[in-house]
Design a protein around this ligand. Structure first.
Ligand SMILES: Cc1cc2nc3c(=O)[nH]c(=O)nc-3n(C[C@H](O)[C@H](O)[C@H](O)COP(=O)(O)OP(=O)(O)OC[C@H]3O[C@@H](n4cnc5c(N)ncnc54)[C@H](O)[C@@H]3O)c2cc1C
Length: 497
């Protein structure tokens, strides 16, 4: 092994690329990557190609164990399997989230949340990722905004300010009409990429929330009982793989009144080139669920709202309006993109349920067992019912009735309206619900990691990726994860106190 390399980064994903490409002299171990070539470091940068990568070799295409909250279905769940990782296959949605969640994380590890870039009032402008909001102006932009307003939501001029509530412009990090991945944005010239593991002064595991705990458990660190059940000697008894959390989504599809006007993807008249330079959304709505809805559900689960979410309004739910019947991978219900339907994907941002990653075997090439425990609590269900009702409420406004005829349900299910029962909503979500790609929490800061991302009690081993999030953040995670990567690089290089 050459002594030129101080660090080995295991996993050339979102965090791995930022650490390796921008800061450290290191080797990047892409063990999962066979036949790597520079072209492969981010697949298909063309706009809207992201969704075409689902199910391809550019991703790990895992399935969870059967999820009782989703009618015992095995739910699809993904991660990028290329250099750039999930940032190379994701949808480019840029959502910083609610500052209260970051503050809660800081106090969980006895620190203060301090955003070093929090100026020019609240945004930084000097790092490689570029973001853009509301550039495409789809034909229904004003109508959808008016319907959201009529449903009672307020306009928020900057949903990425740390206070996301209300209606904000959809923001993405696509640049020059191309998807912007970590490998592209941070540059690849200073890094050597190898597909086998070597020794260095320090190893930084950045293999994502599903694979990092698997790799480390196989190395003899993890829950003692679990290690013993596989005959692996226990070097450290730590809760690796526990605390898995993810966002859950469900999409309702709405039949357009005048599809010939070119209002959605698939219509020949939905044809302006700029419509295809990003995801087909203008607006993102972030909604809190009132305490009176949450309190009985929390009591039924044996919790108080404060212990689950802290005090004050929390950004429990997100709603998008898509100009196509877009639904997450793994749902049982889809419609063709033929210009006749739009969709309202709703996303549970703060799920209280927690699952786990465990070993299926002692072979690192095998997939681990993924059990996210989706919709396993009363609070999960109370929030998801509320998010579905919020979408229905928007589409029942007089403004929406000018462009939407009705909801189109899957065969055998009644249409959802404001008169639908909780049982009808639960049944629908069990059928359509799917992951929204935010696996996290399995190597949590506080229980497993120190605040410098070192594993407790182990000097030369860090973990840095989505697995470090101790609890869900009301955002989409790439934004925070770029921040975590840069902060960790600063810590490693001694650039911060
Ligand atoms: C399909 C999809 C869509 C998404 N859309 C959005 C979005 O629009 N907006 C948003 O904010 N977030 C989105 N996310 C989430 C976000 O992209 C991820 O949370 C984030 O990129 C995770 O970064 P990471 O560094 O933790 O892991 P990753 O970026 O997934 O990196 C992990 C890397 O480790 C490698 N690896 C795994 N095992 C090994 C091994 N044994 N040896 C070596 N290497 C290994 C993998 O190949 C991969 O390159 C999406 C995620 C997915 C999967």
């Amino acid at each position: 092994m050459s002594s030129d390399y101080e660090y080995i980064i295991v996993g050339g994903g979102t965090v791995g690329c930022v650490l390796a490409l921008s800061y450290l002299s290191c080797r990047l171990s892409g063990g999962s990557l066979r036949g790597w070539s520079p072209k492969l470091f981010c697949r298909d940068h063309e706009p809207n190609r992201g969704s075409h990568l689902r199910g391809t070799e550019a991703e790990y295409n895992w399935k969870t164990v059967p999820q009782p909250g989703h009618g015992n279905r095995e739910i699809d769940t993904q991660n990028g399997k290329i250099l750039s990782g999930s940032s190379g296959v994701n949808c480019g949605l840029w959502m910083r989230g609610h500052s209260a969640n970051y503050d809660a994380w800081a106090s969980h590890v006895d620190r203060k949340h301090r955003d070093l870039h929090a100026s020019r009032e609240v945004h930084g402008f000097d790092r490689p990722i570029s973001t853009f909001a509301g550039l495409r102006n789809y034909p229904l932009k004003t109508n959808v905004f008016n319907a959201l307003r009529q449903s009672g939501l307020k306009f928020n001029p900057d949903g990425n300010s740390g206070t996301p509530f209300g209606i904000s412009l959809f923001t993405d990090n696509w640049k020059n009409n191309l998807r912007q991945s970590a490998g592209l944005a941070y540059g690849l010239s200073q890094t050597d990429v190898f597909t086998s593991t070597m020794v260095a002064r320090e190893v930084i595991v950045c293999s994502g929330a599903i694979k990092s705990p698997q790799i480390l458990t196989l190395s003899g660190r993890g829950p003692k009982e679990h290690l013993e059940s596989f005959g692996i000697p226990t070097l450290s008894d730590l809760p690796f793989g526990q605390n898995l959390h993810d966002h859950i989504s469900g999409s309702l599809f709405w039949k357009l009144r005048d599809p010939e006007n070119g209002l959605a993807i698939g219509s020949p008249n939905f044809n302006h080139p700029k419509y295809f330079t990003g995801m087909p959304f203008d607006w993102i709505a972030t909604i809190t669920v009132p305490d009176e809805t949450l309190a009985p559900a929390a009591a039924a689960d044996g919790h108080s709202i404060d212990t689950l979410f802290g005090t004050g309004p929390r950004a429990h739910v997100e709603m998008l309006t898509a100009y196509a019947p877009i639904a997450s991978a793994g749902t049982l219900y889809r419609l063709p993109f033929d210009g006749t339907h739009i969709a309202t994907p709703v996303i549970l941002l703060l799920p209280p349920g927690r699952g786990q990653i465990t070993l299926a075997s002692t072979d690192a090439a095998d997939d681990p067992i993924i059990d996210p425990q989706y919709l396993s609590s009363e609070v999960d269900r109370a929030i998801t019912r509320k998010e579905v009702r919020a979408a229905v409420c928007v589409m029942e406004t007089s403004e929406a009735s000018t462009f939407v005829e009705h909801e189109t349900p899957p065969a055998g299910f009644p249409r959802l309206t404001s008169a639908s029962t909780d049982a009808e909503i639960d049944a629908r979500l069990a059928y359509i619900g799917a992951s929204f790609f935010q696996n996290a929490g399995t190597m949590a800061m506080g229980s497993v990691l120190e605040t410098d991302c070192k594993i407790k009690g182990i000097a030369a081993l860090r973990v840095c990726d989505a697995s470090i999030l101790p609890f869900p953040i009301a955002s989409h995670y790439q934004t925070g994860i770029y921040g975590i990567a840069e902060a960790t690089a600063d810590i490693i290089l001694g650039n911060t106190s």
